[in-house]
Design a protein around this ligand. Sequence first.
Ligand code: PEP
Ligand code: MG
Length: 587
Amino acid sequence: MNIKQCEKTCEVSGLKASPGIVIGRVVVVDNCATWQRIRLLREEIPPEILRFKVAIARTEHQLMNIRDQFTEHLPDYSSIINSHILILKDGMISNQTVKIMEKELINAEWALDKALQAVEVRFARLTDPYIKERFNDIRHVVERIYRLLGGEEKVEEFAEKVILVARDFSPEDTLRMNQDRILGFMTDIGGITSHTAIVARTLGIPAVVGLGNITGQVTTGDLVILDGNSGRVFLHPTADKLNFYRENQIRQKRFSEQINFYAHLPSETIDGLQIQVKANIEIIDEVALAVKHGAFGIGLFRSEFYYLGSTEPPSEDLLFELYHQLLTRLAPFPVTIRTFDLGGDKIAGNVSSPDEKNPALGLRAIRFSLQEGNLFKTQLRALLRAGFHGHLRILFPMISSLEELLQAKEVMEEVKEGLRRDGLPFGEDIEVGIMIEVPSAVAVADELAREVDFFSIGTNDLIQYALAIDRGNENVAHMYEPLHPAVLRMISQVVESGHKMGIDVGLCGEMAGDVTYLPLLLGLGIDELSMHPLAIPYIKKMIRSSKAGDMDQLARETLTFSTAAEIRNHLSNYLSDKYPDEFGSPL
Ligand code: PEP
Ligand code: MG
């Protein structure tokens, strides 16, 4: 977090959680419960446990009410609320709290706080920001229990449109507010994969999260500018700043109206090349966002989310239900579900995972799946069964050798055999693909292509492993270079190997949703791009104003350069020449 103090205005930087600019008055929402630490006598413990259990029951009742009230008009949120109900039922927090009360003779709130702290310590060891974010779900549930231990909760109502500020919002908090009155969200904590961020993006409400101590810096009634595009907020803005942002706001509004026009148009170049444009999503709640922005299917469903935040891994039936729902809601479009990319720093439920010095090079993704055979087989059974009911494609993450791929396919055959024995219907012809994210997979892509139906290049990891740049390490972030000639040559090699065997080659890393790379990726021969749903309309617009022939030539020229700087320069000239309205100035 970065604060720049100015005489008249103050700028605070956070994380861009949901795009858009809004200007308005803030309301600071105090959703943090206050409570006391009390030591109790042994005979006072049973009634205290009863008080705690009543609060748990009321919390569950309240969550179910909220879910039922909104299921119809906002169906996407029911699974978030369900995940909160599961956290409550799971007992990880409540059993521990009761144990602490009995052992340390303290009141319910204090014991609950200790139980939460213990979970927080476990999550703090993780490094993956997405997984760490799931601790916030547990915290939201605990805060709700605190509030109900202290009495009834009030529902926030606002007379006019406001920007809401809080330490964090739970999805339930967001739902219980009148969304027509919310201009934007600002929070102290949370990341771009937090539920506040997901809900804000889904509702199209601009948001900046992770602002540090924004609740301490503003008071209700203050005028602020919230810029969800850059992740900045301006407190007490000057008249000049206000004018600048008001003009910007009008321009942006026009731009998104214009861009959204492209969402549902075919993604085809001027000279007739069809490109499959799909969405990357992590939870089923994001389906509506993908459909709204014109995704022709899901190119990457990161299935690991459903393994996190509870002590038990999800059952086969629960996963089947989830995948079945996903396929049904997307039909007739295809859905590519990646088998869980767990292990390393993404630890699932009660699955024991070794402490690793270098988790990115450790027991993760397919390596972890092959070791944790039962967990993998359970997921494959659920996938294959769901595949009977829709257009499913299964994707294995981080394959690094042919042996590994053959092993994964063998497990899948065993699972199919088991389903036949059990007389359960399953998809016999489900396409199977692999993520190409490791340089060794690039080198043997021709061998791998014989064994699969499609490739999906994961540039987020491929760049990390090819350039030896930890994708989460800010000290080397400036060296994380998608235009490095090594990266482009690898993409080209994978496309060539895939096409030789007649299989499609997609790309689902962050590069796919960035318009500046589009002509280069298409010129290199990528058949499918999968990206964050919000990026789709702009990508489609660019595809529709491109020519395949020009992009082929661009890619051929680019592959002859030896440095990223030369490539950037060449690409920049190409963009300003071919798309003068979009790229008037250099990259
Ligand atoms: C990638 O590595 O590019 C990718 C899409 O996978 P993830 O970001 O989930 O590692
Ligand atoms: Mg990856």
